[in-house]
Design a protein around this ligand. Structure first.
Ligand SMILES: Nc1nc2c([nH]c(=O)n2[C@H]2C[C@H](O)[C@@H](COP(=O)(O)OP(=O)(O)OP(=O)(O)O)O2)c(=O)[nH]1
Length: 131
């Protein structure tokens, strides 16, 4: 099966996490962590800085790896590298997403996550001390 490698940003600010709603494609309307596919020759962290600039028009600092999610979608296998991130500069402008929210840890289940994210989000909710 095709493997798609993605980097995702768990951006924290004032004890909240940024969640974004996909604005196009097969998962349109689903909620996710911003990010995207890792291109050839890029590290996951480099991909993440590039994708977040493209999607949200901000620069981020990429911190520790939170988790590597592996998930089988019907037509591809997803490997997603998820990092704690913080905003370095700029103000968020949605270039590709249809909506975004800052959620407290205990509010994370209030949106409809993409299937691959559900376990990750459940784990994040247990990590309240990290937030
Ligand atoms: N960014 C991101 N993608 C996710 C998450 N969960 C999840 O299943 N995905 C899947 C959806 C997509 O199939 C894939 C990410 O691809 P993408 O379409 O965002 O990547 P991209 O911007 O580089 O791609 P493209 O539209 O230019 O082809 O990973 C998540 O939390 N964040």
């Amino acid at each position: 099966m095709k493997v798609v490698k993605v980097a995702a940003a768990i951006i924290k600010l004032d004890e909240k996490i940024l969640v974004t709603q996909r604005g196009y494609g097969p998962f349109k309307g689903g909620w996710e962590f911003p990010g995207g596919k890792i291109e050839k020759g890029e590290s996951p962290r480099e991909a993440l800085v590039r994708e977040i600039k493209e999607e949200l028009d901000v620069l981020i600092d990429v911190g520790d790896l939170v988790d590597i999610v592996n998930y089988d979608y019907p037509d591809f296998h997803l490997t997603m590298y998820c990092y704690w991130c913080s905003l370095r500069s700029g103000s968020i402008t949605l270039k590709e997403h249809q909506s975004a929210k800052w959620l407290k840890n205990n509010e994370l289940m209030s949106v409809e996550w993409l299937p691959a994210d559900v376990k990750l989000v459940e784990n994040l909710m247990k990590l309240s001390s990290e937030l």
